[in-house]
Design a protein around this ligand. Structure first.
Ligand SMILES: [Fe+2]
Length: 338
């Protein structure tokens, strides 16, 4: 018995020694704006499959600035973030490098990755219009309708400075041009029930409380509210409406990933990025997150699927980035928040 225990112990020591020796080859460093509960299941599975350890720095802000400050010595290999504006921030600050991977290109449709391979989307989120159930039936409302005078005093939304709204306006410019977008924004502003404030969920809560009839908000928050005991009533007070089903389709923004310019563990980083784009990880991500997988072979979670199929705007996501500055300018010009 004792002999066997000793043998086991020495085998373990040898293994431990070899792991230490290879540690530098067997790890990858991630800076993540995405929360632990969303990405930890993915990293655990990746490590199980490949033996590559994932070290993660989680933060709500400052990670891109940190990569910039650390420069060539930055330990970061991969940055995970939400919103095309953050992905482009890395590219524009020259903190990214292109990835040329056949496997990723096959998994992620061209619409959802940078033409030069500097960033890749992993999930999409719809900017929905939630409509009150007080009127009894679901309504089909387009983004353009939000400027219709019949909705005067009926719309709630968060600040025009928020990236989700800037992204929506950028998509409106890409589809309709600046002049029309400015007119539209003036109309939307005139229809607001109150000054823009709060987060996306607060708008749905305001519908529940009778402050407004329409709320603008991202799709995954509907799922999040439904799953939270003290917020379920807010979600239950609205229908989820997918805008522009008879036109361009609903506006989607993304979460995604970037390989850093000075990635010290580039091979493992690309391996991780390929893993994240692949069917299995996309399935796990979609399930936990209540977002839509970018990989068309993977279905959204059961709950998200229950909201129904919809047509998404086919605008390539980089076009949002191109119009982002103009969108911010127009939102300022119409004094959207005042
Ligand atoms: Fe969000």
């Amino acid at each position: 018995m004792l002999k066997k225990a000793l043998f086991t112990l020495s085998t373990a020591s040898v293994l431990a020694a070899s792991v230490t020796a290879n540690a530098a080859d067997k790890e990858v460093n991630v800076y993540s704006y995405r929360q632990p509960f969303l990405v930890e299941p993915l990293f655990a599975d990746f490590t199980k499959e490949t033996g590559v350890k994932v070290n993660v720095v989680f933060a709500k802000k400052g990670l891109i600035e940190r990569v910039e400050r650390e420069g060539k010595l930055s330990p970061a290999d991969v940055v995970l973030t939400t919103d095309i504006s953050n992905l482009m921030k890395l590219v524009n600050k020259n903190l990214s490098q292109p990835v040329d991977s056949k496997s990723i290109s096959e998994d992620i449709p061209a619409q959802f990755r940078d033409p030069k391979g500097e960033w890749f989307a992993l999930t999409t989120r719809v900017r929905n219009i939630y409509t009150t159930k007080r009127d009894g039936k679901p309504q089909s409302i387009s983004y353009a309708d939000l400027a219709d005078p019949k909705y005067k005093g009926k719309i709630c939304t968060r600040s025009g400075k928020n990236k989700y709204n800037v992204g929506l306006v950028a998509s409106y410019i890409a589809n309709n041009g600046e002049a029309e977008t400015k007119q539209w924004l003036e109309g939307v502003k005139a229809n607001l029930a109150r000054r823009p404030q709060g987060n996306d969920r607060a708008q749905v809560k305001a519908v529940k409380e009778g402050v407004c009839d329409l709320a603008i908000g991202n799709s995954y928050y509907y799922g999040a509210m439904l799953k939270k005991a003290d917020q379920k009533a807010w979600a239950d007070s609205v229908y989820i409406n997918f805008p522009d089903q008879n036109g361009r389709g609903s506006h989607v923004n993304v979460s995604g990933m970037v390989l850093t310019k000075h990635a010290p563990n580039k091979n493992n980083a690309v391996k991780l990025m390929e893993y994240l784009a692949d069917d299995k990880a996309q399935g796990i991500y979609a399930e936990v997150n209540m977002e839509y997988p970018v990989n068309p072979a993977v279905k959204p979670s059961e709950l998200v699927t229950s909201w129904g199929e919809f047509k998404a705007d086919s605008l390539p996501v980089y076009k949002l980035a191109e119009n982002y500055a103009s969108a911010q300018k127009l939102l300022d010009e119409v004094k959207f928040d005042l």
